[in-house]
Design a protein around this ligand. Structure first.
Ligand SMILES: Cc1cc2nc3c(=O)[nH]c(=O)nc-3n(C[C@H](O)[C@H](O)[C@H](O)COP(=O)(O)OP(=O)(O)OC[C@H]3O[C@@H](n4cnc5c(N)ncnc54)[C@H](O)[C@@H]3O)c2cc1C
Ligand SMILES: *[C@@H]1O[C@H](CO)[C@@H](O)[C@H](O)[C@H]1NC(C)=O
Ligand SMILES: *[C@@H]1O[C@H](CO)[C@@H](O)[C@H](O)[C@H]1NC(C)=O
Ligand SMILES: *[C@@H]1O[C@H](CO)[C@@H](O)[C@H](O)[C@H]1NC(C)=O
Length: 499
């Protein structure tokens, strides 16, 4: 069975495949995959279309330009991943790692058929005897990492959202609550086991030329089957948040205050994190999106009024304080396992990210007005949200710019409209993209920058390599050289390909 054959078969099959396996893969392909089954370890699994397991393993967070697969292999050992890649290569069929399934970049849509390698059995967290490192399976979710480490009195940098994997964010750098202390998720890594394009399973660390590329452009080079990462004693068990909800007429005052009292020109305190979302909340405002502003502080039972008073003075419609531990942060900010963004309900979820230094108050007003008009109740995009993430940056910026393929250590803020809608064809997709592009370009103009910096893990998919990985020539040259050396046939080129 050749790829083109698989491709044709995939195109003929609908996304929710219900037909029997034999009608989707020609008999020889089915036989070959069954042969693969014999080479895998005892607990590995193969799921065929039409089964509830296949359905579960292939349903993704974003339905826009989602990758299509014909069969799911679920490795039970690191070696199973290696065997599966080598098998796929032998029969010239594409393959793609599926993990937390929140990857939404539209380049994934180029996968029109092939083998899904579902990482979810490679889920484990083992703290070392000296308590300084942990070895984590390549399919472990962020929440498990946080919970298991917490039980051992430890923590490390993970993504903030409970339903993404540890590796998904890390391959593109990885932002998280503790980055102000320690740097990005991938900055914590000490070594990793990775299956390369030729199917070989290698252990690499900072001595390998590939190390640099794995930390920021890692989707391009291999499948990480496990990683050893630094862990830290829990410094502060207490965390507090104040959630402030403003009506839209306060947009300028809110972001002026955010610049002055929170961002402080990129010197905001390491223990403070601020995020805001814009979304429709008819309980507070029946007509227009509200501004939900979170001020989060570590090591306290309530957020220091130094940070909150300037915002109280603006006149929020709602003030909601809460206190707890690090483990409550995801639920407070609406990204816990049971929160809406963790449900895979068939929506298209494109984002249009841009890194910024500071809020341009006039631009905030402009994009608020555009966003409000485009997301009116009852309209196609009414469930959309606009995210502004102001993590603390000290730990990220303490690491030299040239240290990894992640190129944007200098930026303080990550803004992104997330245009949420039910798929209804190419016209609506185009409309959503036009809206996202427009919002992003207003922010870029207001920043005074000619270059667009984006977070590859939020990227739409239409951006350039320079916009994902930095425009410095040495960065692009280095990425191309690594690609040529480690993946000359472009087997890992579905997610934001460097070449
Ligand atoms: C609700 C939500 C919250 C988010 N929060 C954060 C956050 O706090 N911080 C942050 O940095 N980002 C965050 N993101 C963005 C996130 O980094 C990306 O969406 C990421 O791709 C998700 O990884 P995943 O495992 O869930 O997705 P998947 O779709 O399973 O994986 C994405 C891609 O990564 C590759 N991949 C996955 N696992 C492996 C592996 N083991 N080895 C090699 N390649 C692999 C594959 O190419 C795959 O296509 C968030 C996204 C969403 C939707
Ligand atoms: C792939 O082909 C090589 C060379 O023929 C063979 O040695 C190897 O066992 C095959 N691997 C799988 C998993 O089929
Ligand atoms: C919000 O975060 C940004 C980016 O880290 C920071 O510059 C700003 O000072 C913070 N604002 C508040 C109120 O914490
Ligand atoms: C912010 O920092 C820049 C660069 O260090 C400096 O030139 C500028 O004056 C600062 N602005 C404020 C408001 O402190």
């Amino acid at each position: 069975m050749r790829f083109s054959k698989l491709q044709a078969l995939a195109a003929a099959a609908s996304w929710a495949m219900t037909a029997a396996a034999a009608s989707i893969l020609e008999p020889r392909g089915v036989e070959q995959v069954k042969e693969l089954g014999k080479k895998l370890s005892a607990n590995a699994k193969i799921y065929w279309p039409g089964s509830p397991e296949f359905e579960k393993a292939t349903t993704r967070w974003s339905a826009l330009a989602a990758p299509k697969v014909n069969v799911v292999v679920v490795p039970a050992t690191e070696k199973d991943v290696s065997v599966t890649v080598s098998f796929a290569n032998n029969i010239s069929v594409p393959f793609l790692a599926f993990n937390g399934v929140h990857g939404s970049i539209t380049t994934l849509g180029k996968m029109q058929g092939g083998i899904e390698i579902w990482m979810n059995q490679l889920s484990s967290v083992k703290v070392s005897a000296d308590g300084k490192t942990a070895t984590i399976g390549g399919g472990t979710m962020s929440k498990k990492v946080t919970d298991d480490l917490w039980a051992a009195g430890k923590q490390t940098v993970t993504g903030t959202c409970e339903c993404v994997s540890l590796m998904g964010p890390a391959l593109g750098g990885g932002h998280g609550w503790l980055q102000g202390h320690h740097g990005l998720v991938s900055d914590q890594f000490l070594s990793m086991n990775v299956v390369l394009a030729d199917g070989s399973l290698k252990t690499i660390d900072s001595k390998s030329d590939l190390w640099w590329g794995m930390k920021g452009a890692g989707h391009n080079f291999g499948i990480v089957t496990s990683v050893t990462t630094k862990v830290y004693d829990i410094q502060h068990s207490d965390w507090a948040i104040e959630t402030l909800i403003f009506k839209g007429d306060k947009v300028e005052a809110v972001y002026k205050a955010a610049n002055e009292y929170l961002l402080k020109n990129g010197t905001q305190p390491v223990d403070v994190i601020n995020w805001s979302y814009w979304l429709n909340n008819p309980d507070v405002d029946a007509d227009k999106p509200v501004i939900i502003f979170y001020i989060i502080q570590e090591g306290v039972k309530s957020v220091d009024p130094v940070y909150t008073k300037p915002f109280h003075d603006i006149g929020p419609a709602v003030i909601q304080p809460a206190s707890g531990t690090y483990k409550d942060l995801a639920a407070w900010t609406g990204i816990a396992l049971d929160s809406p963004p963790c449900q895979n309900v068939g929506n298209a979820n494109p984002r249009f990210p841009i890194y910024l230094d500071t809020y341009n108050v006039a631009s905030q007003k402009k994009i608020y007005d555009i966003f409000a008009a485009a997301t009116k109740q009852g309209s196609d995009f009414a469930n959309s949200l606009f995210m502004f993430e102001g993590y603390s940056e000290q730990g990220v910026q303490a690491i030299p710019d040239q240290a990894s393929a992640f190129a944007f250590r200098g930026d303080n803020l990550l803004a992104a409209p997330l245009i949420i809608y039910q798929p209804a064809g190419a016209e609506l997709d185009k409309k959503a993209k036009a809206l996202g592009d427009q919002l992003r370009s207003v922010l870029q103009q207001g920043s005074g920058r000619t270059e667009l910096h984006t977070y590859v893990n939020y990227a739409y998919g239409s951006e350039t390599k320079q916009q994902w990985y930095g425009s410095a020539k040495w960065r692009q040259d280095k990425l191309s050289a690594l690609k040529k050396k480690y993946d000359p046939k472009g087997r890992f080129s579905f997610y934001a390909p460097v070449a």
